[in-house]
Design a protein. Structure first.
Length: 520
């Protein structure tokens, strides 16, 4: 089974499974096809993370495919250039794109097919063209307007405009890039013509990246982090990703009888919102590159710490000033998932960050460069302060669940900036507290809060009753109710595949996007 936000990408993954590929092979085929069909969210110029479940070993591995800040990019350089804050689309926000290495490294460790075969469906889509989805067309047009003036962004247009819904779009530059990677692997990206084009366009755009920054890039295999919730183990990638936020919130929520509360009523939503605020207050401070800064993961995930944080929740009143705790005793993306016939599973996420990222295109290669460096803090005392060679706080997070006996429950994820851990928590609660099947869990209306401290806005999706919005307002929440239409993208776009004890698969694909789930 494959579930993604684009129909052609789902079909690419299914084709690889039918050809005998496993979950890793199919995942990279989907990732590459999404680069073609949804460049408004993802691509070779971005980063990736993955969780992989090996059914034979009953083990989960975590791949960190995020890049690092250029060696020449320092706080002192920014100050010398008069930058007290980093504009979101500035060339200085481009960190080394980690996606290509991540794709290759996942296949090297878990795959079974050559990259030439895995990337073939995406190359065919880029060369032959594909019909642009309705939601994608909307955000393509918005992204071009937002990043107007970015170098070479015209390569992702039809005569200077965004493709319309249903219109065929071809990307020969990206086809060339994918063929180059298929033939030469990650070195062809980080040490060859593509790397030279990246350095050249960033220098022209005022950036600081060098050839050595690209040549020295490496993915890392990390120990995944997890907690148990209602008897199911929930897995996330460790920091520098924000998956820790979801786990902290689930630890807090396990102390409440959520099943007894109306799923879309004010009592339950108030508790979920408060738990998310507490989790964000911690992770927005503590999450950083653990190879540079100590991140107290074990302490933040302890049951004792969860109990202390849970005690701060007033069931009748929003907390006016949510502060980070002290756990040490005395944050536009594509997500997709694959389960193969042997029960292996891949939970994968790939992102440019803000739509097209910076919108800067290495000339002739058909993909944009991310603006992930905007996630750094420019406060030198902050754990996530910008530093050369450092990875920033990362919003993109894949999720995985396993049963008590170690067998696969299923991969899952909800994409979309700081909505991601909120989406993870909401679909986990929907499935484990309410027993919803994947599609029903994804269809349920969601909330989204601002991740910064204090009592920020609570956005409520259309479908949550006005009475609930009024009751939350009465408890002190600043509520924006009835969010609908394309603005529903605020609540993320998820995919879930659940594996039943007997081996059958049940999947869902978010209707807030253009995709679907399909089996072989």
């Amino acid at each position: 089974m494959v579930a993604s936000s684009q129909v052609p990408a789902t079909e690419a993954g299914v084709a690889i499974l039918r050809a005998g590929g496993n979950a890793a092979d199919a995942a990279i085929a989907v990732a590459a096809a999404l680069n073609v069909t949804e460049p408004t969210s993802t691509g070779l110029g971005g980063d990736c993370f993955a969780l992989y479940f090996d059914s034979e070993a009953r083990a989960v591995t975590a791949l960190n495919g995020s890049g690092r800040a250029p060696a020449r990019l320092t706080l002192e350089l920014l100050r010398a250039q008069g930058l007290r804050e980093l504009p979101p689309y500035h060339a200085h926000t481009v960190t080394v794109p980690g996606a290509c290495a991540g794709w290759c490294d996942l296949i090297e460790r878990h795959g079974s097919m050559p990259m030439s075969q895995i990337l073939a469906p995406a190359i065919g889509l880029a060369e032959g063209g594909f019909p642009v989805g309705e939601v994608t067309a909307h955000f393509w047009e918005r992204g071009l307007a937002r990043q107007a003036g970015a170098a070479n962004l015209g390569e992702l247009t039809i005569g200077g405009r965004a493709p319309r819904a249903g219109e065929t779009f071809r990307n020969p530059g990206l086809a060339r890039a994918l063929r180059t990677v298929a033939a030469g692997g990650k070195d062809a990206f980080y040490r060859g013509e593509i790397a030279a084009a990246i350095v050249r366009v960033l220098e022209e755009s005022g950036g600081a990246m060098s050839a050595s920054d690209l040549a020295s890039h490496r993915s890392t295999w990390d120990q995944p982090i997890s907690t148990t919730y209602r008897g199911v183990r929930v897995w996330e990638c460790p920091p520098n990703g924000q998956g820790l936020t979801a786990l902290i919130a689930l630890n807090i929520l396990e102390g409440f009888d959520l099943e007894a509360l109306d799923p879309l009523g004010p009592d339950r939503l108030h508790i979920l919102v408060e738990a998310m605020r507490l989790a964000f207050a911690d992770t927005r401070w503590y999450v950083a590159d653990p190879r540079v800064t100590h991140v107290p993961v074990a302490e933040l995930l302890s049951r004792e710490y969860a109990a202390r944080r849970r005690a701060l929740i007033d069931p009748k009143r929003a907390t006016a000033d949510v502060r980070r705790g002290s756990p040490v005793a005395g944050t536009d993306t594509v997500y997709f998932c694959v389960v193969d016939g042997r029960g292996n599973a891949c939970s994968f996420i790939n992102s440019n960050y803000m739509g097209f990222g910076t919108g800067i295109v290495p000339r002739g290669w058909g993909f944009t460069l991310q603006n992930r460096g905007h996630g750094f803090s420019l406060d030198p005392s902050h754990s996530n302060a910008l530093a050369p060679g450092k990875r920033p706080y990362h919003t993109i997070i894949p999720g995985m669940m396993t049963r008590e006996d170690g067998s696969l429950f299923g991969p899952f994820g909800v994409m979309g900036g700081f909505m991601q851990p909120q989406g993870h928590v909401q679909v986990v609660v929907d499935m484990l507290d309410d027993g919803l099947e994947p599609q029903a869990a994804l269809d349920r209306p969601r909330f989204c809060i601002e991740p910064q401290g204090g009592a920020g806005k609570v956005e409520l999706e259309e479908g949550i009753a006005p009475a609930t919005a009024h009751a939350l307002s009465a408890r002190g929440h600043e509520v924006v109710a009835g969010v609908k239409g394309y603005d529903r993208s605020l609540f993320g776009r998820g995919q879930i595949i659940r594996r039943e004890a007997g081996g059958s698969l049940i999947a869902g694909s978010d209707r807030r996007a253009d995709g679907r789930a399909a089996g072989t």
